[in-house]
Design a protein around this ligand. Structure first.
Ligand code: B1M
Length: 212
């Protein structure tokens, strides 16, 4: 018999087919769509985030859990008015110019979505001008930049400088992350925050926006 706890467990185990079946059966039994999301899908993903941070779960398992959660959300989403979907804020995320690494960035994107943020993932090899366009188009509260190469991390600074030139630096908080990035580097380029991993990125976004 499906219940919120069994949905959460299936998400944690990354069992996509089971998540779908259980969510469908909860919907059929009349459970509230938002409760399925908050008490089942997101609850499970929150545990995954904590375990990943503690080194108890690894990237492939987290990706499977995130995919399972996303499949569950797809089933209940049509039943919820857009305004009722959990949205703690909008985050535009991309990997900077010249950099094709996206596994970590996508993980951050999925964890943010699981944490209740609306995420606009603009991809890889994103030049400063495209980040500017995305800010103008999507009005995010947060811009998240990822870089995995010591040669490309410098484009984070270029992007922040272009935000200043375009007069949009104050429109959104800027956070940075990726293997070569540090808090010192983040301070040096004038970003608003640095997160060493995906779970910390969710906490950082929440604290920058003052949401629980
Ligand atoms: Co590349 N690569 N790679 N690579 N690659 C590294 C990064 C490297 C460290 C390997 C090495 O030499 N030891 C090295 C960089 C050296 C340096 O600059 N100091 C390197 C190199 C040199 C290169 C090429 C130049 C190789 C070549 O062609 N000669 C080339 C560059 C291509 C380019 O980008 N222009 C290249 C190419 C590739 C592949 C395409 C083959 C592939 C990428 C596939 C893909 O992403 N779709 C690849 C891979 C897979 C790696 C390694 C092996 C793994 C990266 C990864 O996905 N890790 C990597 C070595 C390593 O890290 N062990 C390496 C798992 C992922 C979950 O972790 O991305 O760190 P990570 O993300 C973490 C955190 O960093 C953080 O959260 C994530 C989850 O906790 N995080 C954020 C990331 N973004 C964040 C944003 C945030 C907050 C947190 O907020 C904004």
């Amino acid at each position: 018999m499906a219940n919120f706890e069994s949905v959460a467990q299936a998400v944690m185990a990354g069992k996509e087919a089971q998540v779908k079946d259980e969510v469908k059966s909860l919907v059929d039994s009349g459970a509230a769509p938002l409760d399925i999301i908050n008490q089942g899908l997101i609850a499970g993903m929150n545990v995954v985030g904590a375990r990943f941070k503690n080194g108890e779960m690894f990237v492939p398992e987290v990706l499977m859990a995130a995919r399972s959660m996303a499949s569950g959300i797809e089933i209940v989403k049509p039943l919820i008015a857009d305004k009722d979907m959990p949205n703690k804020g909008t985050v535009v995320i991309g990997t900077v110019k010249g950099d094709l690494h996206d596994i970590g960035k996508n993980l951050v994107a999925m964890m943010l979505e699981s944490g209740g943020f609306k995420v606009v993932n603009i991809g890889i090899d994103i030049p400063p001008e495209k980040f500017v366009d995305a800010v103008k188009e999507h009005n995010p509260q947060i811009v998240a930049m990822s870089a995995l190469l010591t040669t490309t991390m410098l484009h984070m600074k270029d992007t922040i400088e272009l935000f200043k030139e375009e007069g949009i630096r104050e429109k959104a908080k800027v956070i940075v992350g990726g293997a070569p990035i540090s808090q010192d580097f983040s301070d040096e380029i004038g970003a608003d925050g640095f997160a060493p991993d995906a779970a910390s990125a969710v906490e950082l976004c929440k604290s920058l926006l003052g949401v629980a």
